[in-house]
Design a protein around this ligand. Structure first.
Ligand code: ADP
Length: 265
């Protein structure tokens, strides 16, 4: 039947026989679709009231000096929180788009440095930071994919490296090649992550230190976005970390995504 989703699994039963499990997952699939649609619609609907609130806050901000100190503080807090909410809505919409597969950009050959350079130059939290950022990427490093998606994945990793390491800390962005994969690695010398958190980091809203979330200004969706983008590019996220020493986030691409000559015609 057209709208039926089946999950098929085979297991070796004994030397000659196989067991085949067929599970009807149509209902699960529909529920998942409803959840994705709901998040996309709710995020979209939240945009309009937020734009109105931000507009009034901007007007209030112009007359801030005439207001009592307590109100000035209130306006600053409301502005910060509305910016945070805007980031959350943007990230939720981006995740919904990544999940829906509807508006996929056509894959093209992209130079890695052409993605990384604009991230470093135009992202305020990176450009204005005092971190020492070292880049070790050959001029011909390439990937076949979507510029927008890879831009957002790589920028999330670099923003995190800045956010979770002290001022002046060293960050390395490098391209590593091996026989079967090519990796974009972002390493920092920051707070690091305890090993038991690592498998859960790409879950939506998962944070190691819940309290720090609002201070560091993230949405808790960054690594979920990275995971989705990488799966669209047949790639995987590898995380290694040493608490107190730093972390390395590697995007591992299969070579047919990174070496034009190895691409099947
Ligand atoms: P957030 O918006 O909270 O940064 P992310 O999904 O990007 O959300 O990351 C999830 C959590 O993973 C973060 O809250 C943080 O605890 C941890 N994390 C991510 N990147 C790093 C890093 N480079 N160093 C240490 N911890 C990190």
């Amino acid at each position: 039947v057209d709208d039926t989703f089946l999950e098929i699994q085979t297991t070796l039963y004994d030397q000659n026989d196989h067991l085949i499990f067929i599970r009807d997952v149509t209902r699960m699939h529909l529920l998942e679709q409803m959840r994705t649609d709901f998040v996309a619609n709710a995020s979209h609907e939240l945009k309009t009231p937020l734009t109105v609130i931000k507009g009034y806050l901007e007007t209030l901000d112009m007359f801030k000096d005439d207001l009592p100190k307590s109100m000035q503080k209130g306006i600053t807090n409301m502005t910060d929180q509305s910016e945070r909410m805007e980031m959350l809505i943007e990230d939720l919409l981006l995740l919904s788009r990544l999940e829906s597969d509807d508006e996929r950009e056509e894959a093209q050959w992209l130079n890695i440095l052409d993605i990384i350079r604009p991230i470093l130059e135009t992202t305020t939290s990176i450009a204005s930071s005092s971190h020492e950022i070292k880049i070790n990427i050959p001029a011909d490093a390439r990937v076949n994919g979507s510029f927008k998606e890879l831009y957002s994945a790589f920028s999330n990793l670099i923003i995190n490296a800045v956010k979770y390491s002290p001022d002046g800390g060293e960050i390395t962005i490098e391209w590593r090649t091996s026989l079967t994969t090519d990796e974009l690695r972002v390493s920092d010398s920051g707070v690091g992550i305890d090993p038991w958190h690592i498998p859960r980091l790409t879950e939506r809203f998962y944070r190691v230190d819940k309290g720090r979330g609002s201070q560091t200004g993230g949405t808790g969706l960054g690594l979920a976005i990275v995971k989705h983008v990488l799966s669209h590019h047949d790639a995987k996220l590898d995380i290694s970390s040493e608490p107190g020493e730093g972390s390395t986030f590697s995007c591992c691409f299969p070579i047919n995504r990174t070496r034009p000559d190895d691409t099947p015609s």
